[in-house]
Write a protein that binds this ligand. Structure first.
Ligand SMILES: [Zn+2]
Length: 345
C-alpha cells in the first residue's frame, strides 16, 4: 500500500527589534541572566504593557512579502497556562483576530513548483528559559527572553514530503532575512519550527492521525525528524496498527523522537481578549508606506539573476537562497567578475 504524508509547519521567528514587545528592555542575546527585565516583563501587579510599533511594522512586512491579507483590526489575547518560565501565568498572543491570514509562498522541489498556503501569522511574546544542570539539585530561571517579540507563522497542511517541508522552511527563512526583520539564527532560537505530520493511503481524502514534532533547531533536524516519523507511522499502518496522537520532541543526539510531557499536552488555554491592550487598528496608508519599503525578494531576485546575468535557473536559485550570498555575488560581478565562468548551453 502506498502512503502520502501530510505536513504542516508552525514557525516562530524572533523579530529583530532592539527592545521587547511590551516594555523597553533590551532583546540582546547572551546577557547575564535576569538583567534584561523590568516590572512589565516580570509580570508584576499593577503594570501595563505598551505595544512596540516596530513589532507591528515588521509583522506587516512579512505579511505583505507572503501575499497575506493584513487584518486592519486585530487583537491580542491571553493564552493561559502555568509554567515556571512564564511569570505572568499567561502568554500575550493573538487568537481569533490575528495580524494576517491567507498568504502563500512558492517552493520548488525536483524542478516542480508549488504554492504552500499560510493560514495565519500572529504577534506574540516569548517565554523565559529554564536552565537545568544535571550536576546541581536545582533548576534556574532566566527571564531575559520573556517578552521578546515573536511572529508565529502557521502553514496549511500543504506539504507532501520532508523535502517540501524543508524547501518551505528555507524559503520563509530566506524571506525573513531579505526583509532584515529576523536574524534567522536557529542555534540561538531566533527561528524555531514545530511540525505536524500524518500519513494517509494515496487517494484517500480524509486525514490520518497526526503527531506533532516540537522544537527542531536546524534544517537538518527538521528533515531527519520528518523522515523518521514518516517511516515510523508507515510501519505502524502497514502492521495494521493505529497511530496515536501525541507530541514528540526530536532528540538530535539519539536521532529519534521522544514523547513529551507537561505543558505541551495541555491544550485548554482559555484564551480571552487581553484587557490591558486596546485592539490594533492599522490604517491602509501605513500598510502602503510599508509596502514601499519592501526589498527585492528571493523569487524576484532569482528571475533577475537569470535574465540579467544569464545564469541557469539552478545557479540563480542557489545564489539567491541567502541574501548575503546574493549580495556577495552581485558585488563580485560589479567589480568585473564574470557571472558564470563556464556558461552552459
Ligand atoms: Zn521589561
Amino acid at each position: 500500500m502506498e502512503f502520502e504524508s501530510v505536513i504542516g509547519l508552525e514557525i516562530h521567528a524572533q523579530l529583530k527589534t532592539k527592545s521587547k514587545i511590551f516594555c523597553g528592555c533590551s532583546t540582546e542575546f547572551g546577557a547575564s541572566p535576569n538583567t534584561h527585565t523590568c516590572q512589565v516583563c516580570l509580570g508584576m501587579p499593577g503594570v501595563l504593557p505598551v505595544l512596540n510599533k516596530k513589532v507591528v511594522e515588521y509583522s506587516i512586512k512579512m505579511g505583505l512579502a507572503t501575499d497575506s491579507t493584513i487584518n486592519t483590526f486585530n487583537q491580542f489575547a491571553r493564552k493561559n497556562y502555568f509554567y515556571p518560565d512564564l511569570p505572568k501565568g499567561y502568554q500575550t498572543s493573538q487568537f481569533d483576530l490575528p495580524l494576517a491570514e491567507f498568504g502563500k509562498v512558492e517552493i520548488e522541489v525536483n524542478g516542480r513548483k508549488k504554492n504552500i498556503g499560510i493560514t495565519r501569522m500572529h504577534m506574540e511574546e516569548d517565554a523565559g528559559k529554564l536552565i537545568h544542570d544535571a550536576r546541581e539539585p536545582e533548576s534556574y530561571v532566566d527571564l531575559n527572553r520573556t517578552g521578546t517579540p515573536l511572529l508565529e507563522i502557521v502553514s496549511e497542511p500543504d506539504m507532501r514530503s520532508p523535502d517540501e517541508a524543508c524547501a518551505y522552511l528555507k524559503k520563509l527563512h530566506a524571506i525573513l532575512k531579505y526583509l532584515d526583520i529576523c536574524d534567522g539564527n536557529m542555534q540561538e532560537g531566533s527561528f524555531r519550527c514545530d511540525a505536524n505530520i500524518s500519513l494517509r493511503p494515496v487517494g484517500q481524502v480524509e486525514l490520518g492521525t497526526r503527531t506533532e514534532l516540537k522544537n527542531m533547531n536546524s534544517f537538518k533536524n527538521v528533515q531527519a525528524a520528518l523522515e523518521y516519523e514518516v517511516r515510523r507511522q508507515r510501519d505502524i499502518l502497514l502492521d495494521g496498527g493505529i497511530v496515536t496522537q501525541q507530541a514528540l520532541r526530536w532528540d538530535a543526539d539519539r536521532n529519534r523522537p521522544e514523547p513529551m510531557r507537561g505543558k505541551e499536552e495541555a491544550h485548554d488555554y482559555r484564551y480571552f481578549p487581553c484587557p490591558d491592550l486596546v485592539p490594533v487598528v492599522i490604517n491602509e496608508e501605513w500598510i502602503e508606506e510599508i509596502r514601499e519599503t519592501l526589498p527585492e525578494l528571493p523569487d524576484a531576485r532569482k528571475e533577475r539573476f537569470i535574465t540579467e546575468h544569464q545564469l541557469p535557473e539552478y545557479d540563480a536559485a542557489l545564489l539567491t537562497g541567502s541574501r548575503e550570498l546574493a549580495d556577495f555575488f552581485e558585488a563580485a560581478v560589479e567589480c568585473g567578475g564574470k557571472p558564470k565562468r563556464f556558461p552552459t548551453g
